[in-house]
Design a binder for this molecule. Structure first.
Ligand SMILES: Nc1nc2c(c(=O)[nH]1)N[C@H]1C(S)=C(S)[C@@H](COP(=O)(O)OP(=O)(O)OC[C@H]3O[C@@H](n4cnc5c(N)ncnc54)[C@H](O)[C@@H]3O)O[C@H]1N2
Ligand code: MOO
Length: 463
């Protein structure tokens, strides 16, 4: 490995480091492990869960991991295959959702002939006799103008019947008595009048169904008379954070560690367009997990941890008990290879993210992102590539996802990209997809943008 290359963090580096140290596990190390972990090792196999035995799940041969691109395609297909849904929501709740009905104008726009400028409405050629008063925006129709008459008018006000043009205040002069008006320049017929229906006629299709509701679409919908819109609801997501070893505050102690995923995933999922209905922390208890999974009202349940084959890794046996269909069971990607995707009912899915935090991010972007995007019927961001500034060492047969930051037309692979680390991804603005075998400096690699730095996909930040 060159000084600038980044290692294949498939766990082998950590394993080699341990071997090199050749240090027998000290009794104090063993004792420092959480009581729950000691208990879980001591527990007879199969205890503490309902349904299929974890040991059976452990011993059953696992199917071959899906290739990374195949796993994403399967997740996307699962989302597309879910039954189409639509709801009617007030405008302000529709932002970031996809229209299920065309946006058809409910009115002409403008809905009346409108003054485009502050000035005078005039009828026929000048000079004009100025009428008393004036017409302001929001006022009902005023009296008609006869040829040779003018009246003060504000931008946005209704053009009186008979008016043939608007003259801007700065382009005309009235006499001292303010009864006669003279134009400073040629007055063109219809100038500075926005005619009714200039932008659209009632019934015109302004946007097709499938359009993304952006802030501008909300403005257009309001202008065109809408109070509510028919859209694809955001997929409802519930996050279940598993692990007896997790603390929700304070410093790590006695083998317990802070939960890094609970604070991260809910907001990340919202940035991916999900309606996160809750984040629950569960102990390593198969019964509790089964109840949480089968009782969840969410369209997508996201679990963290428990995907591997340790004694308290309950996700597989619980899915078996729940009669789930495993669509992806392991992905040839580092980190994150134990990630999984299962169908848990009509239109309902579970994404099992591995517990190691960067591995969980990998699962989020590999499986949850395409699934959620398709469930919400949102367009997938177009894939793009960027050249690497530095060589990245590859995994022999798995894809690697490596945190990178864009710098001067290139992407710089970041250190601290081990499966249990968040330091690299916290400084990153994307993940480079490095094919098995690695990539040279200068080589183009696919980049997965992080949702808050996404540019050009039209979905904005934290929608
Ligand atoms: N025999 C094998 N063991 C493991 C394999 C394997 O292939 N064979 N794969 C390793 C890999 S890779 C990963 S990733 C993990 C996945 O494990 P689980 O999904 O079962 O997750 P846990 O065992 O519950 O946790 C793993 C690790 O992550 C920490 N963790 C869990 N949740 C959180 C959280 N919310 N915040 C911060 N850290 C968390 C946990 O304490 C563990 O250190 O399995 C390997 N083992
Ligand atoms: O590397 Mo594991 O794949 O930590 O998820």
């Amino acid at each position: 490995m060159t000084a600038e290359s980044t290692g294949a963090d498939d766990g082998s580096d950590e394993a080699l480091a341990l071997l090199r140290e050749a240090r027998p596990a000290a009794a104090s190390d063993r004792e420092a492990r959480p009581a729950a972990a000691r208990e879980r090792d001591a527990r007879p196999t199969g205890e503490g869960h309902t349904g299929a035995s974890p040991s059976a799940a452990r011993k059953a041969p696992r199917p071959r991991a899906a290739a990374w691109a195949d796993a994403r395609a399967i997740a996307a297909r699962a989302g597309r295959a879910a039954p189409a849904r639509s709801h009617r929501v007030p405008l302000e709740r529709a932002l970031g959702e996809i229209l299920t009905e065309p946006l058809t104008a409910l009115t002409d726009l403008p809905s009346f002939d409108t003054s485009a400028m502050d000035g005078w409405a005039v009828a026929g050629p000048g000079p004009w006799t100025v009428q008393d008063g004036g017409i302001l925006a929001g006022h009902a129709a005023s009296g008609a103008l006869a040829d040779g008459e003018a009246v003060r008018i504000a931008t946005g006000a209704r053009i009186p019947a008979g008016a043939t043009a608007v003259i801007r205040s700065e382009h005309a002069r009235s006499d001292e008595a303010r009864t006669q008006l003279q134009a400073d320049r040629v007055v063109l017929h219809g100038q500075d009048i926005r005619p009714r229906g200039q932008e659209c006629r009632s019934g015109d299709v302004l946007l097709p169904a499938t359009a993304l509701v952006t802030p501008a679409v909300l403005g257009l919908a309001a202008a065109a008379g809408y109070d509510e819109l028919d859209t694809v609801p955001r997929p409802r997501v519930e996050v279940l954070v598993l692990g007896d070893e997790l603390l929700t505050q304070g410093l790590p102690h006695d083998g317990l560690i802070r939960d890094a995923l609970g604070p991260m995933l809910g907001v990340w999922l919202r940035a991916l367009g999900a309606d996160v209905i809750g984040t629950r922390r569960l102990k390593d208890d198969a019964g509790a997990l089964l109840a949480a999974v089968t009782g969840s009202p969410a369209d997508v349940v996201i679990t963290t941890g428990g995907t591997a084959s340790g004694p308290l890794d309950h996700v597989h046996p619980v899915l078996h008990s729940a009669g789930a269909e495993l669509l992806v069971d392991g992905v040839a990607v580092r980190p994150g290879h134990p990630m999984l995707l299962a169908g848990i009912g009509v239109g309902k899915h579970l994404v099992g993210l591995p517990g190691n935090p960067l591995a969980a991010v990998s699962g989020l972007l590999t499986l949850a992102e395409p699934l959620l995007c398709e469930l919400a019927r949102r367009p997938r961001p177009a894939p793009y590539t960027a050249p690497l500034r530095n060589e990245v060492q590859g995994h022999p047969h798995d894809t690697r996802l490596v945190p990178v930051v864009h710098r001067a037309e290139r992407v710089v692979p970041l250190h601290y990209n081990g499966p249990a680390m968040l330091r690299g991804i916290a400084a990153a603005d994307g993940l480079a997809v490095v094919a098995p075998g690695g990539a040279r400096a200068g080589q183009e690699v696919e980049i997965l943008d992080l949702p808050w730095v996404e540019a050009g996909s039209g979905q904005g930040c934290f929608t």
